[in-house]
Design a protein around this ligand. Structure first.
Ligand code: ATP
Ligand code: MG
Length: 466
């Protein structure tokens, strides 16, 4: 993705920036990537030892150095050159803030929202790469570890930092914005992801709005005009506001004539103040359209021409796995692997796409639970089940105990004649559907990350091709 050579820092500098204690040669220079996974330690790099749930990075300090890392950032003594700090995320934040501050020519963009951050980040990066060297996180590195690690990959050749900012509580986004202060802030939507931890949608909006609050007067807030809670963030920023939307007639950037092909890929006319251009997305689902508009709005602010934006969106591919991956098998069965994560909004979006793809066949949904919804969990699962039944599925399979209320919700739709089935795990879900699939059928697999259903989707996708 361009750049990636990092700004060289001596161990003496690292100790000073982090307030840490140096054990080793102060003149040793870190010239490679900063990583928290020792298997990814690269020559010249710095390994940050994190004590996780399953493993303690300190146990891998020597392995990281053997793999080429020149030193380890640690919270307790290790038998290799190190900088000892009190807190690894704080140390990474200090280093990243130093690097961001040393690169004033880099345009920093932050993207937040309840759903679609990674999708939008990947689209936006594929647009800014047309303007210059871009650093963007791989996958969903959007928290107090992934965010600074991404910033630390920037160097003097970097022109754009396209960052994904996540929040599981108030103050999280403000914290990330202090590490690498964005000049451009995109807010996609306010939905139920992690709603349990926040308490409600207004609290979610409060937290996501920390991004626009952090923007400077010369900055740009890019807001979804179709989401009232996002549009209301206009009042919380001193930055110039640019809007995007499908429904909102007054949005700066809009999509008109949205159509879906037989695999659910959207085509639309991109309407901008500079004119209009046709776009045909390669990503699946109508819900990608607002993400594409947000990416377009950001690229437009950075100076990409309308023609390049339309061309870039039409050429952009999915860079992060398990989000609406559509696989048509040799026998005519289609499998949608959307098992990366799930919340009420993204499950509805996937079910809509399933309904579209299954127009000429039968639709099956294998759904695991949606995590972190707190008090609204049961009702949310029931509502999703009701929504699924209304899309007239042939089969609805709920995987695991926590997903069972999905079926209770589906039964509320009395006219629904599909089959509802509760199974304990992914293997049982496979057994239930694999043998009854016929050409033209479409199977959606979706759940929160914790359910690990991507393997089910993978097996289903490969079944007939073996
Ligand atoms: N605008 C949208 N509305 C509804 N669903 C969406 C939208 N954009 C993407 N999705 C779906 O939401 C799921 C997660 O997408 P993505 O990984 O881009 O979101 P995220 O915000 O980065 O999630 P996370 O909080 O896990 O980082 C995928 O199933 C994707 O297809
Ligand atoms: Mg993400």
């Amino acid at each position: 993705m361009g750049g990636g050579h990092v700004i060289p820092l001596t161990l003496a500098q690292i100790a000073e920036i982090t307030g840490g204690r140096l054990h080793g040669d102060p003149a040793t220079v870190v010239t490679g990537e900063v990583v928290i996974d020792s298997r990814r330690a690269a020559p010249g790099g710095l390994f940050a030892a994190v004590a996780g749930e399953r493993a303690d990075g300190h146990d891998f300090a020597s392995a990281a150095v053997a793999a080429g890392a020149v030193a380890v950032l640690a919270t307790r003594p290790v038998p290799v050159p190190s900088v000892l700090v009190a807190d690894i995320p704080a140390a990474l934040a200090a280093l990243a803030a130093f690097v961001a501050g040393a690169l004033p020519a880099v345009a920093i963009a932050g993207i937040t929202g309840s759903t679609g951050k990674t999708t939008t980040k990947d689209l936006a990066a594929q647009l800014t790469e047309r303007l210059g060297p871009t650093i963007a996180p791989a996958g969903s590195l959007n928290n107090e570890f992934g965010h600074p690690l991404t910033v630390l990959r920037a160097d003097a050749s970097t022109r754009y930092l396209v960052l994904e900012l996540s929040a599981r509580g108030p103050g999280h986004i403000a914290y990330l914005c202090r590490i690498a202060p964005p000049r451009y802030g995109v807010v996609l939507n306010v939905g139920h992801a992690h709603a349990g931890e926040f308490g409600g949608l207004d609290q979610v909006a409060q937290a996501k709005g920390e991004l626009v609050k952090a923007l400077p007067a010369g900055g740009v807030a890019i807001l979804n005009a179709d989401d009232p809670r996002v549009l209301a963030m206009t009042a919380r920023t001193v930055a110039r506001v640019v809007t995007f939307g499908e429904a909102a007639r007054r949005a700066t950037l809009r999509a008109a004539d949205v159509r879906l092909d037989d695999l659910g890929r959207a085509s639309f006319t991109l309407l901008t103040p500079e004119g209009q251009a046709p776009v045909t997305l390669r990503l699946h689902g109508a819900h990608i359209v607002p993400d594409a508009l947000a990416a377009a709005a950001l690229a437009r602010e950075l100076g990409l021409s309308l023609a390049e934006i339309a061309d870039g969106l039409s050429a952009a591919v999915a860079r992060s796995r398990w989000r609406m991956e559509v696989h048509r098998r040799g026998d005519g069965v289609t499998v949608i692997n959307d098992a990366y994560n799930a919340n009420p909004e993204s499950v509805r979006a996937a079910l809509r796409a399933l309904g579209h793809l299954a127009q000429d066949g039968r639709g099956f949904a294998i759904l695991g639970h949606m995590a972190e919804l707190g008090a609204i969990s049961r009702a949310s699962h029931e509502d999703v089940g009701e929504f699924a039944a209304r899309t007239d599925l042939a089969g609805l399979i709920a995987v695991g105990e926590e997903a069972a209320p999905i079926l209770a919700g589906a039964r509320r739709v009395r006219s629904w004649t599909g089959e509802a089935l509760a199974v304990p795990d992914g293997a049982a879900a496979l057994d239930a559907v694999a043998n009854q699939l016929k050409p033209g059928d479409v199977v959606l697999v979706k759940a929160s990350r914790a359910a690990h259903l991507e393997g089910v989707a993978q097996t289903l996708a490969e079944e007939a091709d073996r």
